[in-house]
Design a protein around this ligand. Structure first.
Ligand code: NAI
Ligand code: MG
Length: 496
């Protein structure tokens, strides 16, 4: 059966790329499975999409926010009806297991409901004026056309974090999904149009980064950029956006640590580390890639972690008994292999995994063994650089202070976690870990949509997704003064 051809959505019409080129979206668990044929778009398609979004903005910004929100709410309801279908599509194109792809769709539903509620808030401020008979307020205005560039690891959730707050705030959007996972973003956009979103308000253009992503960032009529992905690409996007003073939200990597102290509930910590490290095959920006364990329980914890990691079932995520899916593509497997070699060369002890899987059931996919390094030096490359694969480094520590120092001793600062029963240490960790997210007695993954998501240092550039952080990014403040005194009153001068 020939694979279905998917088109771009521009100005409410499903259209082919002007390039005339397409590419195949393959299943990372079985590359013989072609999920669909997608448009390989370029600058001309982006120009069309931005023009459509700019035109649609003039009407959309005037639709009352509660009405905009009703469409978002309806989209959430439709997503819920289609949850199983979209989860299966996502497992096929992205690889992560069904439980997780159901969670990914659910995250878009949660975001829809939360952001729909914002339609009746979008709170600004009223405040007294320093002058008599004068009224002062600050209101939130939309930014305009928002350009969005998404990664493949949360192919519906992350686009929903970007699109839904932007829409409720009155912006229009051009989104380019990751080349590996366009279908899930397509499914989200299709749901929005089925929910009644007017033409041109959201435009989806598929394709590769340099051809279809870069022109969004460079376009003079794009008023804000939201990007999630690698630090390398994020840096370039930030530099380009800065040239035209475009607000730009960058959410990039992590090197997240779980601290396990001597007094921790080790059974709980073990489950947390397994989920944090090998959930999504380690391909989360919040994945636990370091576990810092206090000396008293270190060896015992290492033995138990290695035992369990070796017994995780790796395979096609559509099989409900599978615990760990494939990596997204050949390049990610190559990166993981590269870091396993680096770890060995640096003298870390490889105690579990370390190789791509080549049993018959893995022959056509990008599978890698869950991998555990022990006795890792916190300053070594495997403990410092983002791997984005199923690899965890165990680092021994002396005490609480030493654990915090190791945890903070990286260039990233996204997520963090500590397992302890000592409430004083838990609170000191909340204060002293330098990261955007801290979990107590829970792993580094599991963000909820109404809290701010993002990090410090090389993880981001100060913006937050989720919750009010998103509303802040997709609106700009306008100060409004109404003078009803019927005379000229000069601020700072006529105040005596
Ligand atoms: P990437 O940063 O190259 O891709 C992310 C998005 O940016 C994709 O939509 C891509 O098409 C687009 N893009 C690429 N080059 C661009 C350019 N010059 N201008 C505009 N857009 C561009 O990430 P990739 O190659 O998929 O993964 C490489 C590494 O990035 C991973 O190993 C991981 O370390 C990190 N990563 C982090 C993610 C996160 O959640 N923070 C998500 C995905 C990757
Ligand atoms: Mg790349």
């Amino acid at each position: 059966m020939a694979a279905k051809i998917y088109k771009n959505l521009i100005g409410g019409e499903w259209v082919e790329s002007r390039s005339g080129q397409t590419y195949e979206n393959l299943n990372p668990a079985d590359t013989r499975d072609v999920i669909g044929v997608f448009q390989r778009s370029d600058k001309r398609d982006i120009d069309d999409a931005v023009a459509a979004a700019a035109q649609a903005f003039e009407k959309w910004r005037l639709v009352p926010a509660p009405k905009r929100a009703e469409i978002i709410y309806r989209a959430g309801q439709i997503l819920l009806e289609r949850k199983e279908e979209y989860a299966r599509d996502m497992t096929r194109e992205m690889g992560k297991v069904l439980k997780e792809t159901r969670g990914d769709v659910q995250e878009a539903v949660d975001t829809a409901y939360y952001m729909a509620g914002e339609g009746r808030r979008l709170l600004g401020a009223t405040t007294p004026s320093e002058l008599p008979s004068k009224f002062a307020m600050a209101v939130r205005m939309p930014v305009g056309v928002c350009g969005m560039i998404a990664p493949w690891n949360f192919p519906m959730a992350i686009p929903s974090w970007k699109l839904l707050p932007a829409l409720v705030c009155g912006n229009t959007c051009v989104i380019k999904p990751a080349e590996d996972t366009p279908l899930s973003t397509y499914n989200l956009v299709k749901t929005l149009t089925d929910a009644g979103l007017p033409k041109g308000v959201v435009n989806i253009v598929t394709g590769f980064g340099p051809d279809a992503g870069a022109p969004i960032v460079e376009h003079a009529k794009v008023n804000a950029i939201s990007f999630t992905g690698s630090s390398e690409v994020g840096r370039t996007i930030g530099e380009v956006a800065a040239r035209s003073f475009k607000p730009c939200s960058l959410e990039m990597g992590g090197k997240n640590a779980i601290i396990v102290l001597d007094d921790a509930n080790l059974d709980l910590a073990l489950e947390g580390v397994l989920w944090g490290a090998f959930g999504t095959t380690g391909q989360r920006c919040t994945a636990a890639s370091r576990v810092i364990v206090q000396k008293g329980v270190y060896r015992q914890f290492a033995d138990r972690l290695v035992y369990r990691a070796q017994r995780l079932k790796v395979g096609n995520g559509l099989d409900e008994s599978v615990e760990v899916g494939p990596q997204i593509n050949e390049q990610q497997v190559a990166t993981t292999e590269k870091y396993v070699k680096i770890g060995k060369d640096e003298g870390a002890k490889l105690e579990a995994g370390g190789k791509a899987l080549n049993k018959p059931e893995h022959a056509y996919g990008w599978f890698f063994e869950p991998t555990v390094f022990t006795d890792v030096d916190g300053k070594s490359r495997v403990a410092q650089e983002e791997i984005f694969g199923p690899v965890i480094s165990m680092i021994p520590c002396e005490n609480f202070d030493n654990a915090i120092e190791i945890s903070n001793g990286v260039n990233y600062g996204l997520s963090s976690a500590i397992y302890t029963k000592d409430v004083n240490r838990a609170f000191r960790a909340m204060r002293d870990i330098n990261a955007g997210i801290t979990y107590i007695n829970a792993p580094t993954i599991g963000a909820e949509v109404h809290l701010p998501f993002g990090g410090v240092k090389s993880t981001g550039n100060g913006h937050r997704e989720g919750g009010l952080g998103a509303i802040d990014f997709y609106t700009q403040w306008k100060a409004i003064y109404v003078d009803y005194s019927d005379k000229l009153q000069r601020a700072q001068i006529d105040t005596e």
